[in-house]
Design a protein around this ligand. Structure first.
Ligand code: ADP
Ligand code: TYD
Length: 198
C-alpha cells in the first residue's frame, strides 16, 4: 500500500506520518517512511536550488522537470521495492505537490503532463490548514524559510491544492483532514481510514 501525505508547508505532514507509523507498527505492519524531494542525487540538487532562491522563468521550468525526474526515480528505486517487500509506504509529498507548487510559475497542464507517468497512490491525505496557522508553525521551527514558504506563495499554493483536490479526488483517493485539530485527533481520523484498508 502506498499512502501519500499532502499539504502546504507546516501543515503537519511529518507529525502525522510519525504518528501513523507508530500506529501501524503497533499492529505489526511493516512501514517504510519516505519523502520528496528525495535523498537521491536529483533530490539533493533540488534542495540546493530551493535554498539558492533563483526566480527566473527558466529556473522554475528546471525545478518542475527535476521534481518529476526525482519522482520517477523515487518510485522505481525506493517506493516499488518497499511495496514488493510487503511494506506500507508513507510518503511525505508526491505529484499533487508538483501540480500545486510548480504551477504557480508554470502552466498547470504542462506540470500535470510531466507527472502523468507517476503511478497514483492508493490513498492521499490532504491536511487542510490556514496559511496563518502554517506560517506560525514554520516560524516556531526556527529554520530559515525556504523560497516557497512566503505568505503570498503559500496562498497561491493553497488555492491550487483546492482546485486540484476537487479534480483528482477519485483518481488519487484523497481524504481531507482538518489540520486545525490537535495532532492526536488528526492521527485518529487518519488511522480510522487506514484501518478500513488494511
Ligand atoms: P510539515 O511536515 O507539513 O512541514 P510538521 O509536521 O513539521 O509539518 O509540523 C510543523 C510544526 O507544527 C511542528 O513544529 C509541529 O510540531 C507542529 N504541528 C504539527 N501538527 C500540529 C497540530 N495538529 N497542531 C499544532 N501544531 C502542530
Ligand atoms: P519539504 O521538505 O517536504 O518541506 P516541508 O517539510 O516544509 O513541507 O519540501 C520542500 C519544499 O519543496 C516544499 O516547500 C514543497 C516543495 N515541493 C515542490 O515545490 N514540488 C514538489 O513536487 C515537491 C515534492 C515539493
Amino acid at each position: 500500500m502506498f499512502i501519500v501525505f499532502e499539504g502546504i508547508d507546516g501543515s503537519g505532514k511529518s507529525t502525522l506520518i510519525k504518528n501513523i507509523a507508530e500506529k501501524l507498527e503497533s499492529v505489526n505492519e511493516k512501514v517504510h517512511i519516505t519523502s520528496e524531494p528525495t535523498s537521491f542525487n536529483v533530490g539533493k540538487e533540488i534542495r540546493t536550488l530551493l535554498k539558492s532562491g533563483s526566480d527566473s522563468d527558466a529556473s522554475h521550468r528546471i525545478m518542475a522537470l527535476l521534481f518529476a525526474a526525482d519522482r520517477l526515480n523515487h518510485i522505481e528505486n525506493d517506493v516499488f521495492p518497499a511495496v514488493k517487500r510487503g511494506k506500507i509506504v508513507l510518503c511525505d509529498r508526491y505529484k499533487l505537490s508538483s501540480m500545486a507548487y510548480q504551477s504557480v510559475r508554470n502552466e498547470m497542464s504542462w506540470v500535470e503532463s510531466l507527472n502523468k507517468f507517476a503511478v497514483n497512490p492508493d490513498l492521499t491525505f490532504f491536511i487542510s490548514v490556514s496559511v496563518d496557522n502554517a506560517l506560525k508553525r514554520i516560524d516556531s521551527r526556527l529554520e530559515t524559510r525556504e523560497i516557497f514558504e512566503k505568505r503570498d506563495f503559500l496562498e497561491k499554493i493553497d488555492a491550487n491544492y483546492d482546485f486540484l483536490i476537487k479534480k483528482y479526488k477519485r483518481e488519487m483517493s484523497v481524504e481531507i483532514l482538518d489540520g486545525n485539530d490537535s495532532a492526536e485527533v488528526i492521527a485518529e481520523k487518519a488511522w480510522f481510514i487506514i484501518q478500513k484498508m488494511i
